[in-house]
Each structure stands twice: as C-alpha cells, then as structure tokens.
Design a protein. Sequence first.
Length: 676
Amino acid sequence: MTGSSPDSGNTATALFEPSPEFRADANAGPELQEAADKDRLAFWADQAARLHWHEPWSEVLDWSGGAAGAEPAERPSYVAKWFVGGQLNVAYNCVDRHVLDGHGDQVAIHFEGEPGDSRNITYSELLAEVSQAANYLTEIGLEAGDRVAIYMPMIPEAIISMLACARLGLTHSVVFAGFSPSALRQRVDDAEARLVITTDGQWRRGKAAPLKEAVDEALYANGGTPHSVEHVLVVRRTNLEIEWTDGRDVWWHETVAKASTEHEAQPFDAEHPLFILYTSGTTGKPKGIVHTTGGYLTQASYTHHNVFDHKAGKDVYWCTADIGWVTGHTYIVYGPLSNRTTQVVYEGTPNSPDEHRHWNIVEKYGVSIYYTAPTLIRTFMKWGRQIPQAHDLSSIRVLGSVGEPINPEAWRWYREVIGANKAPIVDTWWQTETGAIMISPLPGVTATKPGAAMAPLPGISVKIVDDEGNDVTDSEKEADFSVRSAGSAHVGYLVLDQPWPAMLRGIWGDMERYKATYWEKFAEQGWYFAGDGARYDEDGALWVLGRVDDVMNVSGHRISTSEVESALVGHSGVAEAAVVGASDETTGQGIVAFVILKGSTENTGDALVTELKAHVSKDISPIAKPREIHIVPELPKTRSGKIMRRLLRDVAEGRELGDTSTLVDPKVFEDIRAAR
Ligand code: WT7
C-alpha cells in the first residue's frame, strides 16, 4: 500500500449530519438513490435529460463489449456505448442554450489574472468568442475527429479553445503548461495533433515565464524530426518576446479575434471522442485516456449539480484545479458550464502576491462553493489560520476535496476554519479514467465523517474485494497488499462492477494496454480495477486508502515510479534507479529516489544530487522532481531481479524493514542506510 493512510484509527467518530436548513433546500434527496436502485438505466436516462439532445438515443447502454467471453473472437473489448444513436453538441449544451434561454447576461467566468488584471465574461460573450475560435479552426482546415493540443495557462482562452474544439468535434488533448517540451512532444506525437494552441508566456509568482518557447523546443526536438503539427496558435498573455515560424505560427488576436462571432453548432454522435487526457500508469509511457461525448457530459452535469448542490444564477463556484488535469476538464469546463455556473477562474499560485490570495478572491466574488485538494488545505494549515480568519468567508456554503485521501486533521481544519463549522465537505473520489465523481457524500443527504469518501453516488456501483473477488464485507480474508492502517477491517481492492456513463472508452492507440491495465485483474467477473485500496469501517462508511500499484500521488498529481526512474537513467551518470513514494506531511507523498552511479561517474555528493533533481524536473516537469535522491552502492532485488520497492519505502519512511527473506543479499540495506 502506498500513500499516507488517512486512517486515524479512530473511525467511531461522530457523524456530521446535514443541517435541516441545508437538507430542505438541497438539490439531492433520498429519492435519487431510490430511483437508481429501482432501475439504474432509467435513472441515467433521466440524468441525460438534463442535456439538450439534437437526436434522441435508442438505447441507454450497450455493454455487449463487457460480457466476459472465453473464445478469442468473443473476448470482450470492455468498451461501453452509452445513449446509443443519440446526437448532441457539447458546446451548445455548455453555452448556446443558456443564451437562448435568456441568460446571456449572466457571468460565466470571473477571470482573475495573477498580476491582478480581471475580466468578467458573460455567457453571450463566451458564445461569441467560442464561435470565433470555431470559425477560425474551420478556416485552417480542421475537421471533426482531428486532434488539437492545448498547452496553456489558466486563462479564458484555454476554456474557449476547449469549447471550440468540442463544438467542431475536434478531439482536444490538454497538456498541463508545467510539462516539459519532451513531455509535450510525446503527447503531440502520440495523438498526431494538427494544431497546438499556446500562449507567449505565463505568469508565475509575479514573473512572466516563457511558454511558446517550450512548444518550439518540442517541435524541433530530435533535430527537427517530422511531426504532425501544421499550426501553432498563440495567445498573447505576457508580451514576452518569442521566436516566430512564418506560415506555421499565428497570433490569436490577428485571427480568432477577427473571425465572425456567428457559428452554428452541429450535433455529434454520443460516442464521438471529446478529448484525450494523458495520465501516468505503472510504466513510463503516459496513457492517453479517451473520453466521449454523451455519457461523459451526462455524468459531469449530474455530479456537479448534486455533489456541489449548485444553484444556477445564485452560486459562485470556484474549482482551484488547472485545466491540464481531469478535474479542470470536468469541474471547470464541462460540468459547471453545462449547469450554467458563474465561476471564478484564477490564473496563478495561492501565494502570489501573498498567502491571502485565495481568500481575497473568495471575498471579492462571494464564492459559495469551493473545491480544492488536500495538499493545498495542508499548506493553508501550515501558513496558519490567522490568514483565512482575516477575511469574510461567510459566502462559503459547500466545500469539496479531491485528488488524494484527505487526512481527518485536514478535514476538520477545513470544516472549522474555512467552512465555519457548517459548510458540508464533499470528499470526492474519482480518476482521469472515471471522467467524473464516483464516490462522495451528497450534501443534504449523507452524514459525513472526517476523512471518508462515504459511499458511491446514486447510479454508481462499487465493490471492495479481495484477490479472488470476494466481497471483503463477507470475507475474513483481506486483499494481498500490505496495509498499514490501524483497525482496518474489510480492506480490499476498489472495483467498479457496473459500467458508468463517463467511463473511459480506451487508451488512445493502445486498446491492449487498456484491457490489461483495467480489466485483467478481475477479468472473470468483468470488473474495472481502479488501482486503489479501500475499506469499509464498522459503520459501513467507505474510505479510499490510495494506490496499491506503482503510481505515486504527489500533491494530487499522479506520477509513476518508472517514469521518474527512466528520467534518472536518462542522465549520463546514472546506471540504475529505483523510485518510491514516501509519505509527506504536505504533499501526501514525496518522491524518494535511490540511484547507482556508473563506474565512470564521480560522486560529487550534493552537487550531483542537485543536478539529478534538475534533470528530472526538466525531463518531465517540476512536479516530478524528487524530494530526496540517495546515491547507493546497490539496490535490493529479489532472485528474479525485481527491485523490492516495498523495502525501499520502509527505508524512505524510516521504518523497521519488512520481510527481507526473498532478497538476494539482505546486507544491501546496511549500505543503503549508510548512504542516507
Ligand atoms: C487517483 C486518480 C480525480 C481527479 C484528480 C486526480 C486518487 C483522487 C481521491 C479521494 C482518495 C483519491 C486515487 C485515484 N484520488 N481523489 N477523494 N480520496 N484518493 O485524478 O490523476 O486520475 O488520479 O487519485 O488514488 O486513483 P488522477
């Protein structure tokens, strides 16, 4: 088991019941679960009716791809089809229909730039700008099904670009603007993107940092080897000087901003690919997770409405994620906009110009729903409660958490200091692959417990099972992974035993890997294995414990151990590397690397460690930079040559060593400890 356990050992904690006032006015009520229990597919059909469909569907779900089959020809593809035959346009649902319904003057986006500039964009203005972008992308010859890479900071044009792609049936691939040129190139190549949309630079802690430069570097990588990109569309954000390739590069303000503001949205099939989003797996190569249109938007809209109790035209919503991650896709762009949300979009870091920034923004716009990650909550705790307490946060009425298990201490602080002991907290479990929230309390319905994600949402079905697939509540046996949490009854693997509308439809270009990664472990039963461990406590509350595979979770970012290992061995001085995630007070997990140098490499100590850290940071992204690197003479291996990461984790976390009996040479640890 990786990850810091949220388990305080004290699970008999009092429940926080929804207040009668909240309950009385909540979007969700007990009837949701009743309806889902009665007829799950009819329930989802009702949710899909939240959207505007140009053509109705003929069948809610076709799961013929998921039936277990023995003969090769009948082997399942595990690709679900939801709302078969239905047609819709995502951008129409997120923008046009609100304007047509008479809400064109409602603010869609309160944009707050890092340097202090701000801009309010109404739904009418959003429609005009999305239409302009759609017209220009059509003019340069892009057609439905083509891929577009979006490599941008958190500015309105990033959202406009995503919506313009959705409007035209172009499949977008958003690449986090903190990723390196080589990471960008890898993603551009994998999806064969025809267009990259970027900015000249981005604001970070008061400074303009280049961004277009990284695109140039990516596209010229490997001596300018051919790539699929025909155009680079550049938004001017910082006025930094940039290199320019005539014919390829175009300015947004000279093209999109001059295009017609009229554009008619065409419908696309419910299973048309909406986006690809790359995420880390257990091997070095990122996986291009594919999401489609109708089912995805249905679940995005349903969950945003019910989990956040969002009231259109009344609430001011703020999700602090970046559009480079799935949280930004589903809970900044598609869920909120489909529900006619007024939301804050903030460009920068939480401490620019100082630690008051978020609370200034909450006060300025009267934010009522605030959705963030445990790592940031722990950072706020470190900065001290006097900072939020210097502000009027009384507008806040719902608080959300996502990205990693939230420890009960952070949960309590969040409720007390930010939520004035009354705002319900929704701890939402989901993944890039699930597309939308799967497990979460429903405010106004579910009593909550500090640290627990509580229960699957109505319409979603989960199980916690042992290695054979037995329900852990019925079984004495626990799953075969080492669990450190105290008093952990009923621990096992988290599986999804029924298809859900926003589920991934595959890995771009690698359907074999899709099957192997998610469906092999419980192939017999046909269940999706999420990669997380979970448990029920004695009250039946569900706790997600974190990854059970070689995926680390650093500040809510998913990073594979092998990705960092391959970056390290990519350095000319390194012979071998092993990477583990060790628990970290602020970031959840921190990356700890053990490296063996090549014989010819001189061990310069700290200087070399600094160089190696910078190397990983540049090769992948600053988020993948190891917290510690230890230069060691040897790595612990089994007789079959497998690195014993579990033992390295024990070392990294300063624990007594676990079972070392399968090691070739148990003495390597004395050397490793000496090197620490
Ligand atoms: C992994 C998915 C979902 C958007 C952000 C991350 C962990 C996520 C929780 C939570 C415990 C959580 C899981 C999951 N995770 N939310 N509320 N409680 N763990 O998306 O990068 O695809 O990562 O994040 O380990 O598998 P992602």
